[in-house]
Design a protein around this ligand. Structure first.
Ligand code: NAD
Length: 484
């Protein structure tokens, strides 16, 4: 297996300066491939977070007053920094998060694309006029929030920290962002790279634990707007932390996403798409949108399972820095233990382990798990009900449509759904029945730029990645003027 690459210590970006934690605290960054330390990250104190919030608030009025086309130019320069440093940033995520280099290159490209998209629509932060009769004029203005907190998870490290700040910045709101503490090395390199791109205080990046840095940010009385991507329990804690100061929250949370295969679907295509939609090759199933519950009609079950096992067997598990690798290790030890615990529970609860379930041969070190497929899963099993966020697929079979739809909708999650049938009316009627915020029909779940994404039920509040997200970083002020 690979040698252990090491990364030099780097500072957080606060008020245009690269700084350590004020008490000198650091957290180790573990390389999940070698199980050795790859580097470290500052563990921001509440005082550091407070300095970042104050810096953002100071920078806010000038940034909001900057014409949108000028802000867009800055965002294009920001995207160019990512594109110019694609290889280094992608490698950092492969080292720190175990994510395959090839997919992390795609993540950096995707992040740059999203930043450019929001730069392009920044001018949509416009107002309206409201009919007010001959003697008055009523209009509205978009007023950006004076600071936005952006807290993101570990699974798409550079993509999330880089791109998920861009809508707020395009809207004229300065940002304090925090990456997942398990994969912060690329965020710290990004902090260095973009230090001179933005005016001081417009983009601040703090690192550290959720309990210390994350909580300080999400409970800060001067932060009126918190945009969070992560798990349902943390989302609930963030809402509670923001309640005393009535913060505006948007929450992109977990899922246990259904993929439905009808009897007329091509079982081979559907099986291959279910592996792609599971994001096994991209992120080892550590993806909110992973189709981890596959409902296959009994008429096509046999062919579907055969094609699924063939496809999963083609995936190469190994060193994420190797260009040929499809799947690296799980991102960090605690998560590895959680994922393997679920596999054990699946076996104990009587699901049929069709593929994987263990450590891949030849990989004695690192948090590696084989891609794992359980068949004959039922909705009373833990692996069908809880988000595993790892390379574990649960296959359920069905023959009664209404029972299947009830099972699809019986969980508190509602992030994505996926439908496979040649009957387009049936597909669209079924899409309407699925209680999820994003539905794919006969596709592996790839979304075009600008399509709104966000969950129903406990999977979240609000929509990201489109115009709604841009507009969510400001408030609408109405003004009525009497005409003399
Ligand atoms: P997590 O909730 O444990 O952590 C996410 C972020 O919140 C991290 O930066 C963490 O440090 C911070 N945090 C933790 N406790 C905090 C607190 N009390 N106050 C403020 N911040 C705190 O999630 P994770 O394990 O990093 O990521 C996996 C989860 O994220 C999964 O549930 C997955 O489905 C979800 N996710 C959702 C989307 C989406 O778009 N819906 C995308 C990616 C991941």
């Amino acid at each position: 297996m690979a040698e252990n690459p090491t990364v030099p210590p780097r500072g957080m970006l606060i008020d245009g300066e690269l700084v350590p934690a004020s008490d000198g605290a650091v957290l180790p960054a573990e390389n999940p491939t070698t199980e050795e330390t790859a580097g470290e990250l500052p563990d921001a104190t509440p005082e550091d977070v407070d300095r970042a919030v104050k810096a953002a608030r100071r920078a806010g009025p000038a940034w909001a007053a900057t014409p949108w086309a000028e802000r867009a130019k800055v965002l294009h320069a920001y995207a160019a920094v990512l594109e110019d440093n694609l290889e280094e940033l992608a490698r950092l995520d492969a080292i720190d998060g175990g994510l395959p280099l090839t997919s992390m290159r795609a993540d950096v490209r995707g992040a740059a694309g999203e930043i450019r998209y929001f730069a392009g629509i920044a001018g949509e932060t416009k107002g309206r006029t409201i009919p007010s009769g001959p003697d008055a004029l009523t209009y509205t203005e978009f007023v950006p929030y004076p600071v936005v907190a952006r807290i993101v998870p570990f699974n798409h490290p550079v993509k999330f920290i880089a791109a998920k700040v861009s809508a707020a910045l395009a809207a004229g709101a300065p940002v304090v962002a925090k990456p997942g503490e398990q994969t912060s090395l690329s965020a710290l390199r990004l902090a260095e790279l973009v230090r001179d791109v933005f005016p001081a205080g417009v983009l601040n990046i703090v690192t550290g634990s959720g309990a210390r840095a994350g909580h300080a940010l999400s409970s800060h009385p001067d932060v009126p707007r918190v945009a969070f991507t992560g798990s349902v329990p943390t989302g609930a804690r963030i809402m509670a932390a923001g309640a005393p100061t009535i913060k505006h929250h948007s929450l992109e949370l977990g899922g246990k996403n259904p993929l439905i295969v009808f009897p007329d679907a091509d079982p081979v295509r559907a099986a291959r798409a279910s592996v792609a939609a599971m994001n096994l090759a991209r992120s080892m199933g550590q993806s909110c949108g992973s189709s981890s519950r596959v409902f296959v009609h009994r008429d096509v079950k046999e062919e579907f399972l055969a094609a699924l096992v063939t496809r999963v067997g083609e995936l190469r598990v190994g060193d994420p820095l190797d260009e040929r690798t499809d799947m690296g290790p799980i991102a960090f030890r605690a998560h590895y233990e959680k994922v393997t615990g679920y596999i054990e529970t699946g076996r104990k609860e009587g699901a049929d382990l069709l593929f994987g379930g263990g450590r891949p041969t030849g990989l004695d070190k690192g948090f590696f798990v084989e891609p794992t497929v359980f068949a004959d899963v039922s909705m009373d099993m833990t692996i069908a009900r809880e988000e595993i966020f790892g390379p574990v697929m649960s296959i359920l079979d069905w023959d009664d449509y209404e029972t299947m739809i009830d099972e699809v909708n019986m969980l508190p999650f509602g992030l994505t759904g996926n439908v496979w049938t040649k009957d387009i009316s049936l597909a669209l009627r079924t899409a309407r029945r699925i209680e999820s915020g994003y539905i794919s029909v006969n596709s592996a779940g790839k979304r075009p730029t600008g399509s709104p994404f966000g969950g129903f039920k406990s999977s979240g509040i609000g929509k990201e990645s489109g115009l709604d997200e841009l507009l969510s970083y400001g408030r609408e002020q109405s003004v009525t003027v009497t005409l003399d």
